[in-house]
Design a protein. Structure first.
Lengths: 379, 322, 548
């Protein structure tokens, strides 16, 4: 049996090791700050204050968090089926088209709370549709989903530019964007909620789509761990051969999983398109689809983990903007570096510290139980 | 469309194909050894930045090139460490490399030059200039042949020639040398190489380093040959197109050149055709031309035009079976 | 230099006085984590002999040979090659010491030619050109000397396994191996290929080469080896001269006690057929016929065993019957008479009360990352009992799992424990509990006791007999002939995708062995007759056995 790693207790496995990985990622990020010639501790202070220190900062943090919950969930759901959906960016972009279609069609006739459900459904549908083709090609034609979803990001980008430039921009406008939605096509902001706590959200765009995001978390939890199809998805992800033996159709699972994943990515568009800019613009996704990869890896593909990781990245995005303002040598690109380091240490290098942690744990623990199990395994 | 237009389009195709070709061959070495690399984009970008920065500081294009190669190798080794030594997920590692490069280049660019991530404009000495091949001037006025020789073949910078010479060289290395034989074997069945007494990690690390060298050169081309400095995200997806070309070429050197040239040509044509009416088809959206390499790759991957079978052991960490 | 008296067991005394042993191992130990795979092993292999190493699966044979070949490094102990102490820490060291190995799973590059495979790692220079022509000449020589005919320009992936194995042997000889290790070489071979292999091995021996043969088949040990070492639980328990031992003695040494070949069971009382298979054929994705025109029936209250060398279509037959793999033609009918063959759908077969214990629990039967209770419903997870509508009822699932764990004595009795944390025997019981407790009419069982400890084996056998007595139809596939003979009421022998004959449980091992080798006495005509001719050597090998 190929079990190169010793068995560790669950709390070490899901608690200590991921934590160590993320901490190392941040330590390395601190070294980068040092290298640039700034004080990392100072930077962290500015960053945290910028993200959480005042109402507007919190508002922005929550706005970004909302994006990352959606895209993080999208990547996480695909992970459970053993699929790597790098296409969140493109699926979210197409989701924006769904939102825009709903808002442009309805905003003049109905209030926002009628438009929202329609926009939600269309965003999910458009995102899902964009994931469907790579899913179908992987399931039926065996083309690698990582490559096709990357390709589809670029195709989505070209498609959306073409639509926005040639078809969706109002007559006479040179801007590649739709007209601004009217009240019926925009989402209420959280300003009122902030007031209840005596805070002022200022110009921050946080809006009620964060509740849609939290609802999506609950949905994903039940979907993956409580439904029969979720059971089948996990079985397929963990052991595809056993899944086939159990009568589970790999084709069906690949397609269903990617539809849900793409749909979740598509929902992300609600937040910036209907909530913030209130029109469909070029490149509104701004890499959130990719941040979802880091969020899902860091959150261990569990909704609770995803929310925490998304919040952390929300803080980074908002605090990073503040940091760039206060320390001009550290641009917002620092966030991308941190994101890369998290993906590297929590993803590609996730086992690097396991032997060390295992040894440390073995020193602490006098229990022989794991040994006994391993011994029996041999027979 | 007259001959001059055709020659100009082809000339521009060559220039646009060069970075693709270098990155594509880079990917070929890595993936032939069984290490999938979607981090070509990031390594190219890092190469471009460090080429521009070093060339700016030293005023030497050659030192710029060296810096590009060094930076790119560092990222290649990170990918190698994650994929070979730590047996991590190669896709995840590649994604990380791309973000690391995107973030670090912009961050350092701002920290060092304070021009919004750009590097300062480079002078002529800090760039690779055009090389006029012998006899080009003399033949310039000879109809057809002279025009083709002068415009299309002569007058490129050194890296263009290096890129195209890399094709026969790569073919020769792959199919005529011991290293090539082992490289092809390790991407197909690493256990066969291991039991034959050859170190799998060392072989793969060498492949990954070659990949780093070539993506470094590709990056240098972008910043200090094709342009006169670095701008944020200047690789603009070329690493992914190179990846598409690699799949299109089914991991073989000569077809890689064909695929890169085709994608370069599409790019050249789309720039030229901006808004123009094509007979019969009508107006072709530029965006369609830009998306065409990706669309073609998807169609190929779907098996509708031939079958692209990657190296068998690609993407799978090598673990000795017990 | 070592002397014989350091080695347990009896060695041919005179030989090692004259020449140093080809290979001598002294005090070799190796652990993987907490598992001790090899424990203080001493071994002498005389030059110019064929030395067998036998032992059950997991006895540590392959680990020991991997250490000798430098694939693993021993924790302690020394290796002597021709009396000289060698440090072997990589295959390269082993090759330099004149040791070659033919692995159980071939180490070949499929899309390379034979020649390219042979020179890989021994190219003889930076450029291929010189090495290739030298290799071509060398291959010609080896071909003549050892009956190792194979086209050097053929692509390896296109060759049958027998020829691929020859390429492996050529690889070793090309590197100048004096000692050749073969790890379970006949597992994948047809009898005529095995026969040819043995001729090659004898040829090698006559040229002064040393051969180490790892196997768990006593028949092969008796047929071809000069000496034999027996391994058990990571230790060498004895080294004997083959001519002076018997299969019974070897078997006893292998398992450490008298093998219980008999399972307590009464006469079968077969009823109506519950599974009827007619002219079933299965062609795989590569167009290779795996199962050819197979017909049989399994009646209520009987166990029908399918005997055969692994790779003769048994796995594909099970997969076709359970709906995992589509049947190319033919019919599969259960008691109700409906033909199931048209739709390959495992879920549908389960609903029709056909259960399947797959051959490989790791690969197919279990999801190791699941909790035990989740595996307890694998394949039945859409049953109403486990939740209505789209949701699963976790508490009902867990309660049932807990109950079954008690019933089958699965330890530790914690349905929330990750399946990978159970021992092999307990994992197998999880699969059996799941498939048997569903009260199926027909039970397909593949390798029910592979990698399972003795206590669990008895339990599992007992359960199978109890099911039979409850009037179920059981189809048993096993490569362990003993198991087939002990459990079955009728035995079907499969060879090369066909059922070549049926015997009762009293059939002798020799007779079944012949049939498994494709020699069918009752059909002594046409193809089979020619095959029987070709199989002469294998026949002799088997004929040596009736001692058993």
């Amino acid at each position: 049996m190929s079990a190169p790693f010793q068995k560790l207790p669950t709390w070490v496995e899901v608690g200590v090791i991921p934590l160590v990985n993320v901490v190392v990622a941040f330590l390395v990020a601190g070294l980068v700050v040092l290298f640039i010639g700034e004080n990392p501790l100072e930077a962290v202070k500015i960053l945290i204050w910028g993200a959480l220190g005042f109402g507007e900062g919190v508002g922005f943090t929550l706005f970004y968090t909302t994006n990352f919950i959606f895209t993080g969930l999208a990547v996480a759901v695909a992970f459970h089926a053993g699929l790597f959906n790098i296409g969140g960016e493109g699926q979210a972009y197409l989701g924006g088209l769904g939102v825009a279609v709903a808002a442009l069609a309805l905003d003049r006739y109905v209030p926002w709370w009628v438009t929202l459900p329609v926009a939600t459904v269309l965003a999910a549908l458009f995102g899902a549709a964009w994931a469907l083709i790579p899913a179908y090609l992987q399931a039926k034609r065996g083309s690698h989903i990582v490559i096709t979803t990357i390709m589809f990001n670029f195709i989505a980008s070209s498609l959306m530019v073409w639509l926005l430039v040639d078809h969706l921009s109002p007559v006479g406008s040179m801007q590649p964007e739709t007209r601004t939605f009217e009240a019926g096509g925009t989402l209420p902001e959280l300003g009122g909620l902030f007031h209840l706590f005596g805070a002022d959200m200022g110009a921050a765009p946080a809006n009620i789509s964060i509740f849609v995001a939290l609802a999506a978390c609950v949905f994903v939890y039940y979907f993956i761990w409580r439904t029969k199809i979720g059971y089948e998805i996990r079985a397929t992800g963990l052991n595809p051969t056993a899944a086939v033996y159990a009568g589970i159709s790999t084709v069906k699972i690949t397609i269903v999983t990617m539809l849900v994943s793409g749909g979740l990515a598509g929902l992300m568009a609600l937040n910036p398109v209907m909530g913030d800019q209130q029109r469909l613009q070029i490149d509104f996704v701004q890499g959130a689809g990719f941040v979802g990869i880091a969020v899902a890896l860091m959150g261990r593909a569990h909704p609770v983990g995803v929310v925490l990781a998304a919040f952390l990245f929300g803080m980074l995005y908002q605090g990073g903007a503040e940091l760039a303002f206060d320390m001009p040598t550290i641009s917002r690109d620092m966030i991308v570096v941190i994101q890369a380091l998290v993906i590297l240490f929590a993803g590609a290098l996730e086992h690097m510290f396991r032997p060390g942690i295992g040894r440390a744990f073995a020193l602490m623990s006098t229990s022989q139980r794991e040994r006994v199990v391993a011994e029996e395994e041999r027979s | 469309m007259d001959l001059t237009t055709i020659v100009l389009i082809l000339d521009s195709s060559v220039r646009l194909a060069t970075p693709l070709l270098l990155a594509c061959l880079a990917g070929l070495y890595s993936e032939r050894s069984g290490i999938f690399d979607i981090g070509l984009e990031g390594k190219m970008l890092a190469g471009a930045f460090f080429a521009a920065a070093a060339a700016y500081w030293t005023g030497s294009a050659w030192l710029g090139l060296l810096a590009a190669i060094a930076a790119s190798i560092v990222l290649a080794l990170v990918h190698g460490f994650a994929s070979i030594t730590q047996r991590g997920n190669q896709i995840v590692s590649g994604v990380a490399i791309n973000f690391l490069a995107a973030g670090m280049t912009a961050l350092l660019g701002q920290a060092w030059f304070s021009q919004g991530g750009r590097t300062p404009q480079l002078g002529a000495d800090a760039r690779f200039g055009a090389i006029t091949l012998p006899g080009a001037e003399a033949l310039r006025d000879v109809p057809v042949v002279g025009e083709i020789y002068y415009e299309l073949i002569s007058g490129h910078n050194l890296i263009v020639y290096v890129a195209f010479l890399m094709v026969p060289l790569t073919w020769w290395v792959l199919f005529r040398t011991r290293f090539g034989l082992r490289l092809r074997a390790v991407g197909q069945n690493p256990a066969a190489v291991d039991t034959a007494g050859v170190s799998v990690p060392f072989l793969r690390y060498r492949a990954v380093v070659i990949c780093g060298i070539l993506t470094g050169i590709a990056g240098a081309y972008l910043a200090i040959a094709q342009s006169a400095g670095f701008i944020v995200n200047m690789s603009a997806g070329k690493g992914y197109i190179a990846l598409a070309a690699l799949i299109f070429a089914k991991w073989r050197p000569w077809p890689a050149m064909g695929a890169c040239f085709l994608f370069g040509f599409l790019d050249a044509v789309s720039i030229r055709l901006q808004g123009a009416n094509v007979p019969v088809i009508g107006e072709v959206p530029v965006q369609f031309m830009q998306a065409l390499p990706y669309i073609l790759t998807v169609i190929l991957l779907a098996g509708f035009i031939g079958r692209a079978v990657p190296p068998k052991a690609g993407g799978i960490p090598y673990v000795k079976e017990r | 230099m070592m002397s014989g008296d350091e080695v347990p067991g009896r060695m041919p005394g005179e030989l090692d006085m004259q020449a140093p042993a080809a290979i001598a191992l002294s005090g070799i130990s190796k652990s993987f984590g907490a598992v001790q795979a090899n424990r203080d092993i001493d071994l002498l292999v005389e030059e110019g002999t064929i030395h067998g190493i036998v032992g059950e699966n997991g006895a540590g044979k392959s680990t020991l040979m991997s250490i000798l070949y430098g694939f693993y490094e021993a924790d302690s102990g020394d290796i002597f090659v021709r009396g000289e102490k060698r440090k072997i820490t990589s295959p390269d060291d082993a090759i330099k010491a004149g040791i070659g190995m033919v692995h159980q799973h071939f180490m070949l590059v499929d899309n390379f030619t034979v020649l390219e495979n042979v020179i890989l790692g021994a190219e003889g220079g930076t450029l291929l050109k010189a090495g290739v022509s030298r290799a071509r000449a060398e291959l010609k020589r080896l071909e003549r000397e050892y009956e190792l005919q194979v086209d050097p320009d053929a692509v390896v992936g296109d060759l049958p396994v027998g020829l691929q194995q020859r390429v492996e042997i050529l690889k070793a000889l090309f590197r100048g191996a004096d000692t050749l290790i073969l790890d379970e070489p006949t597992g994948v071979l047809t009898p005529s290929e095995a026969d040819h292999l043995f001729r090659i091995l004898r040829q090698l021996k006559s040229q002064g080469k040393t051969v180490i043969l790892i196997t768990h088949k006593l028949r092969e040990i008796m047929a071809i080896t000069d000496n034999v070492s027996i391994m058990r639980r990571g230790e060498i328990v004895a080294t004997l001269e083959t001519a002076e031992t018997t299969p019974e003695q070897l078997a006893e040494l292998m398992v450490g006690r008298h093998v219980l070949l008999r399972v307590e069971k009464g006469e079968a009382a077969p009823g109506a057929p519950l599974l009827t298979v007619t002219n079933l054929s299965v062609v795989d994705g590569n167009g290779v016929a795996r199962v050819s025109d197979v017909s049989f029936e399994v009646r209520a209250g009987e166990i029908v065993g399918i005997a055969g060398v692994s790779g003769n279509g048994q796995s594909e037959l099970l997969e076709a019957l359970s709906g995992i793999r589509p049947a190319t033609s033919g019919e599969i009918r259960l008691a109700d008479g409906e033909d199931l063959a048209r739709r390959a759908d495992p879920a549908m077969r389960r609903r029709s009360k056909l259960a399947h214990v797959p051959e490989d629990r790791h690969r197919m039967g279990l999801v190791m990352g699941f909790e035990e209770n989740e595996n307890a419903i694998l394949g039945y997870h859409r049953d109403k009992a486990y939740g209505r509508g789209v949701f699963l009822d976790r508490s009902a699932i867990e309660a049932e799992a807990r109950e079954k764990m008690q019933q089958y004595d699965i330890r530790p009795p914690d349905p929330r424990l990750k399946t990978a944390n159970f021992s092999g025997g307990n994992q197998q019981k999880i699969v059996l509990a799941r498939e048997m407790e569903r009260d199926p009419d027909v039970l397909l069982v593949g390798q029910p006791t592979r990698g399972v400890d003795i206590g669990a084996i008895e339990f599992i056998h007992h359960q199978l007999v109890a099911m039979r007595d409850a009037g179920k139809a059981i189809l048993l596939v096993s490569v362990e002939l003993d198991e087939i003979r002990a459990l079955s009421d009728r035995i079907l022998v499969m060879f090369s995708g066909k059922i070549v004959g049926e015997r009762g449980p009293q059939a002798s091992e020799g007779e079944l062995g012949l049939m498994m080798a494709g020699v069918t006495p009752e059909e002594g005509e046409g193809e089979s007759a020619e095959e029987a001719q070709a199989e002469g050597e294998m026949g002799r090998a088997s004929a040596a056995e009736p001692k058993a």
